[in-house]
Design a protein around this ligand. Structure first.
Ligand SMILES: Cc1cc2nc3c(=O)[nH]c(=O)nc-3n(C[C@H](O)[C@H](O)[C@H](O)COP(=O)(O)OP(=O)(O)OC[C@H]3O[C@@H](n4cnc5c(N)ncnc54)[C@H](O)[C@@H]3O)c2cc1C
Length: 384
C-alpha cells in the first residue's frame, strides 16, 4: 500500500477565513483535512477583524468583480446561516451604500441582483440628507469573521494543529510535506493548500516558474461600546451597516461581547505589521464624518485616545483585486493549491473559494462559470 493510498487527504496551511473555508468544503465531502497554523487559536491574521461586511460590488457593466463578489456573498451568507447564530455572530441586515463619489452605478437589469437605489426611508434611516445618492443591497450584512472561522474548523474530518509555524513546503513522494524551522516534518499529504495570506509568498518563493505578486495592505478599525454613547448619539445610529467610504456598523458585539460600534478601515500599502495607531483613529474619525456627517459630528468625542479601541490587521492583495485559488500547476506541481490574496473582500470571497477548490479536488462541476474562474485561478501566475 502506498503512503497516500487514500488520495482524499489534504494539508492546509493557515486557519483564517481562507484555510478554514477550504477545510470545511473538503471535510463535508468526506476528505480528511489537517489545518496547520502558527497561532494558538482562530483569528490571528486578518480574520481576527472584530466585524466586517459581506456586501456585493456593483458596476454598470456588471463586470467580473461584481459577478464574482455577488456569487461570493451568496455563498458566505448561506454558510453563515448554516453555521452561525444570527444576531450575535452575523446578521442579514441589508447594507446601505452611500454613493459618495457617484461612481457606483447599477447595471440596467439590476432587479436580479438584490441591489437597487435606496428608498427615501432607507436614506432617512441612515441619518443622511434626503438627496444623498445611495444604493440598497438587500443580500448583505455583517459578520464576525473569527466566529465563522471557528465554526468551519469544527466540521467533522477537520483536525487543527495550532502553534506550528510552517517554514518550508516540498514535494515528497507523490505528495507534499511541510516542515518547520528545525526541518521537522509537520505533515504530509497528497494535496497541499497554501492559505497563509501574505506569508504564502515566502513559502511559494522557492518554487520554480511561479510568481504570485502578493502585497501586504495594513488596515485599522476603530470601535467602542454603545453603552458609552449618549441618547442623542444613539438616536443617529442606522439599523443597518452603511458603506461607501469605509463602513460603519453598530449593534455588533465587540471582542468583549458588549454591543458596539465600528468604523473602518484605513489602507496602508506595503506594511506587513499591524500595530494599532492613534493617527489611524483620527483617519477613521474623518472617514465617519464623510460617510455619515451627522453621526460623525455627534461622535467626535468618542475618538479620544482614552475612549476609542482599535484593531489592525494585514490584508493580502493581488493586482486585479481577486484572489489566487485552486491548483497552481497540475503538471509541474501536482497536488499544490492556493487560496490566498483575498484582499479587502475575504468575508465575501473565501467561502466561494473554498467551494471552488473542493469542487476541483473532488472532481465536481465548479460553482462558477469558466469565464469567471479564469480571473481567480491560481494558475494565472505560472510562467511558461
Ligand atoms: C481592517 C480590515 C478590515 C476588513 N474589512 C473587511 C470587510 O468588511 N469585508 C471583507 O470581506 N473583508 C474585510 N477584510 C478582509 C478580510 O479580513 C481578509 O480578506 C480575510 O480575513 C483574509 O483571510 P485569510 O484566511 O486569507 O488570511 P488570514 O486571516 O490572515 O489568515 C492567515 C493565517 O495563516 C497563518 N499563517 C501565516 N503564516 C503561517 C505559517 N508560515 N505557518 C502556519 N500558519 C501561518 C496565520 O496565523 C493566519 O491565521 C478586512 C481586513 C482588514 C485588515
Amino acid at each position: 500500500m502506498s503512503l497516500h493510498a487514500d488520495k482524499r487527504q489534504a494539508l492546509v496551511i493557515g486557519a483564517g477565513l481562507s484555510g478554514s473555508a477550504v477545510a470545511y468544503s473538503l471535510a463535508t465531502r468526506g476528505w480528511a483535512v489537517t489545518v496547520i497554523d502558527k497561532a494558538e487559536g482562530p483569528g490571528a491574521g486578518a480574520s481576527g477583524l472584530p466585524a466586517g461586511l459581506a456586501a456585493p460590488h456593483v458596476s454598470p457593466d456588471d463586470n467580473v468583480l461584481s459577478r464574482i463578489t455577488r456569487a461570493g456573498v451568496q455563498a458566505t451568507l448561506q454558510r453563515a446561516k448554516a453555521l452561525l447564530h444570527s444576531g450575535t455572530d452575523w446578521a442579514l441586515t441589508g447594507v446601505l451604500e452611500h454613493n459618495l463619489a457617484g461612481k457606483r452605478r447599477l447595471p440596467v437589469n439590476a432587479t436580479d441582483h438584490h441591489s437597487a437605489p435606496a428608498s427615501a426611508a432607507q436614506v432617512a434611516a441612515a441619518g443622511l440628507p434626503p438627496d444623498s445618492p445611495a444604493l440598497w443591497h438587500a443580500q448583505a450584512g455583517w459578520i464576525r469573521p473569527r466566529q465563522l472561522v471557528a465554526a468551519q474548523l469544527r466540521a467533522q474530518g477537520v483536525q487543527v494543529r495550532w502553534g506550528q509555524q510552517v517554514q518550508g513546503i516540498e514535494r515528497r513522494g507523490d505528495g507534499w510535506a511541510v516542515t518547520n524551522v528545525q526541518g521537522q516534518t509537520l505533515g504530509q499529504a497528497p494535496w497541499l493548500v497554501v492559505a497563509s495570506a501574505f506569508d504564502s509568498l515566502a513559502l511559494l518563493r522557492p518554487l520554480p516558474g511561479l510568481t504570485v505578486p502578493l502585497n501586504p495592505l495594513r488596515g485599522q478599525v476603530s470601535f467602542g461600546h454603545l453603552a458609552d454613547l449618549n441618547e442623542a448619539q444613539r438616536q443617529l445610529l442606522a439599523p443597518f451597516p452603511v458603506n461607501g467610504h469605509g463602513s460603519f456598523i453598530s449593534g455588533v458585539p465587540t471582542p468583549e461581547g458588549l454591543p458596539g460600534w465600528f468604523i473602518g478601515s484605513t489602507f496602508e500599502r506595503n506594511c506587513e505589521q499591524a500595530p494599532v495607531r492613534e493617527e489611524d483613529h483620527t483617519a477613521n474619525e474623518v472617514r465617519l464624518a464623510t460617510l455619515l456627517p451627522a453621526l460623525g459630528l455627534a461622535m467626535a468625542g468618542q475618538f479620544d485616545p482614552e475612549r476609542v479601541q482599535g484593531w489592525a490587521g494585514v490584508r493580502c492583495t493581488l493586482p486585479n483585486r481577486l484572489p489566487a485559488v485552486g491548483p497552481v500547476d497540475r503538471k509541474r506541481l501536482p497536488g499544490l493549491c492556493l487560496s490566498t490574496g483575498m484582499g479587502a473582500r475575504g468575508i465575501s470571497l473565501a467561502v466561494l473559494c473554498g467551494e471552488l477548490t473542493a469542487a476541483w479536488l473532488n472532481g465536481e462541476p465548479t460553482p462558477l462559470p469558466d469565464a469567471l474562474i479564469k480571473h481567480l485561478a491560481a494558475d494565472r501566475f505560472v510562467s511558461a
